[in-house]
Every structure is written in C-alpha cells, then in structure tokens.
Design a protein around this ligand. Structure first.
Ligand code: FE2
Ligand code: FE2
Length: 350
C-alpha cells in the first residue's frame, strides 16, 4: 500500500486503526509517537506508520503514512484528529533521529513562549519517554542520565516560573502501561506535585529523577511475569519484588552515574516501603525511610491504579484515591496520611 493510498483509505474509513496494546513496547519493531509532537510545515526525518487492523484476521499491520523528507501538513493532523487517532508509529531503529527531531521541536517552542502549555508538556514527555527507552536498552546509562537530568531540571524551572501549569500534568499522563510510560508518568507527577508543595528545586529534581529510574530493575524481570493476565504465584511474586534491589544495584554499579544524586538511588531502593513498615525489600518503618519515600510510594501506587494493565482496566482517578485511602497493612495505613491529604489537594481542580 503506498502512503497516498493509506491516507485516502483512512479518509474514506476503509481501514480500521488500532490503539497500542499494553506491553507492545518490548516485542514490536515499532514505537508510538504522539501526533501533536510533529511540527506542522516541517519535513519529517523518519518514516511514520499507521497501525491498522487487518481485514478478517485478528492481526494488525503498519503501512507507511508519511515518508522521510515529506512535509508534515496540518491537514494530516486534522484528518487523524477527526478519526480520533492520536498516535502514529516509527521504527525503533530510527529512535535516535526521532529524539533529535523532538529536541528541535522543544527548542523551537521554548523560544516562542515562556509559558508552560499542554503541547509543550506533551512534547517534553514524549522526548523524555524516548530518551529513557534508549537508556534502558543500552549498556551505558551515563549519557542518558545526563540528558534526563537536564530535561527534568528545565521542567522544574519552567513549572516554578508558571505555578498554575502544575495542574496541566493531569491532562498528559499516559494511559497504557509499559515501563517507559509509567516511569514518565511518575516523573511528571512527582515534579509537578513537589512544585505544587513549593519544595526546594533540589527535592523536586530528586523526586523527578527517582520517578524515571525507580523501576529500572524491572528490565531484569522476565516480560511474561509483567504481562501475566492472572495473579502471580508466590515464587513469581518474590522474583518481581526483587526489582528495587536489582535497580539499586544497576544504578550503583555504573561509576559514570555518580552524578545521579545519592537520594535518587535510595528512593529507587525504598519505593515499595510502606508507612506501617510492611513493605519491601527492607520493611522499614516510616521513621527510617527517606522523607521522600512516602511521596514516591504514593505516586507509584496511584499511577499503577490509573493506568490500563494487561489484567484489568484503569481505575478512575477518584476510585484510585479511595483505594489509597482505604488500603491498610498489618500495622496501619500503607500510605502516609499527610502526603495523601496534600495529594488530594493537588488532584482537585482549582
Ligand atoms: Fe516498583
Ligand atoms: Fe513503579
């Protein structure tokens, strides 16, 4: 199918598109990109594909929608919006050029306005998402940490200069689970929540970076366990529960990562510790946890509840908050009540 005919067929509703199923990130040669991250009137530097359902089979295909060097016209954006399609796909082997393209777009927008807009946040999160994807897949994490560090610093600076914008974060969270989407959601929620609490820039940065790297240990847990549609056996649960230790070890062993603050490593290790001391891996009581552990613990659970998982669909935000309020461990609340109270205020519309 030529690109022209793909677009014509989409226009005449002859082809049916599909959304990205959870877990696709690992196995497919294609990765999604948000349509609003593309620059109208500019040539694209990589091929763009549409995800379509194959007629009479349960399979799907990725015909080319727009070829490298073609101009991304606003009419394509309008056509896709009409069809309620918000993502196109690129080949993962083009990841490097897609990241540079988004980098250019971010710089372009930053020069145009100092205000934090929803569009800016979408491009920011897509850029960070792809950078982390590259980082988690490569053996040397150092350069990727440097990029993430700079990106999160810039985000915090922008949010601190435009405080009402912290609430925009609720509109741009990812809804489909994969490790990258969850990590970016936690980074965005974490930095915005800390800016909302008027915390010093250093603490905002620690939490944003911990959001990005907290589950890096999951890259060493078998994919089948993460995508399993039924409850885990006790042995499988032990294997998954090992991920904070694995992540901490992974981050500590890279000497090139010494500029990743020590607090971030500690938060990665402690992000499953509960307020009543019933968490893992160390079962620390609140008094022995890092003061930011209670924040990442809460946000991690909130995002896990409000994102679609292979075994259940996402809870609505208010349902998730109710679950957080009602979840108790053997010795009391799992979540710190003061942090939960602040989070509910952060969550409430102005
Ligand atoms: Fe985790
Ligand atoms: Fe997590």
């Amino acid at each position: 199918m030529s690109e022209g005919s793909v677009r014509d067929k989409l226009l005449s509703s002859e082809i049916r598109t599909l959304h990205c199923p959870p877990g696709e990130a690992g196995s497919s040669p294609y990765a999604p990109i948000h349509v609003s991250a593309l620059i109208p009137g500019e040539r694209i530097t990589f091929n763009l594909y549409l995800k379509v359902a194959q007629k009479e089979t349960h399979d799907f295909a990725y015909p080319c929608f727009l070829k490298v060097e073609e101009v991304w016209d606003r009419q394509w954006q309008d056509l896709l919006a009409q069809k309620d399609i918000h993502r196109l796909y690129f080949l993962k082997e083009d990841l490097g050029s897609v990241i540079s393209y988004l980098n250019n777009h971010l710089q372009l927008l930053s020069h145009q306005t100092k205000k934090v807009t929803r569009k800016l946040l979408v491009i920011f999160s897509e850029h960070l998402n792809l950078s982390i994807r590259l980082a988690f897949q490569s053996s040397g994490l150092g350069p990727a940490v440097q990029i993430a560090y700079k990106q999160v610093e810039t985000l915090i600076e922008k949010l601190q200069n435009d405080p009402p914008a912290v609430k925009l974060v609720w509109m741009i969270l990812y809804h489909d689970y994969n490790l990258f989407n969850h990590s970016i959601n936690l980074c965005l929620l974490g930095t915005a929540f800390m800016v909302f609490l008027k915390k010093p820039r250093k603490e905002c940065l620690d939490l944003g970076l911990a959001g990005l790297f907290h589950d890096i240990g999951m890259t060493h847990v078998p994919q089948e366990l993460l995508l399993k549609g039924e409850p885990l056996t006790p042995e499988e649960r032990t294997q998954v529960n090992h991920h904070p230790m694995l992540g901490h070890r992974l981050l500590s062993k890279h000497t090139s990562l010494t500029y990743l603050p020590h607090v971030v490593l500690r938060l990665c290790l402690e992000h499953h510790e509960n307020a009543d001391g019933s968490g893992y891996p160390q079962g620390l009581p609140l008094s022995r946890q890092h003061p930011l552990t209670r924040v990442i613990r809460l946000l991690d659970s909130y995002d896990s509840l409000t994102i679609n998982r292979p075994y259940r669909s996402a809870y609505k935000p208010f349902e998730a908050i109710k679950i957080l309020q009602e979840t108790n461990g053997p010795r009391g609340s799992i979540y710190d009540s003061e942090t939960l109270k602040q989070f509910i205020l952060f969550h409430a519309p102005d």
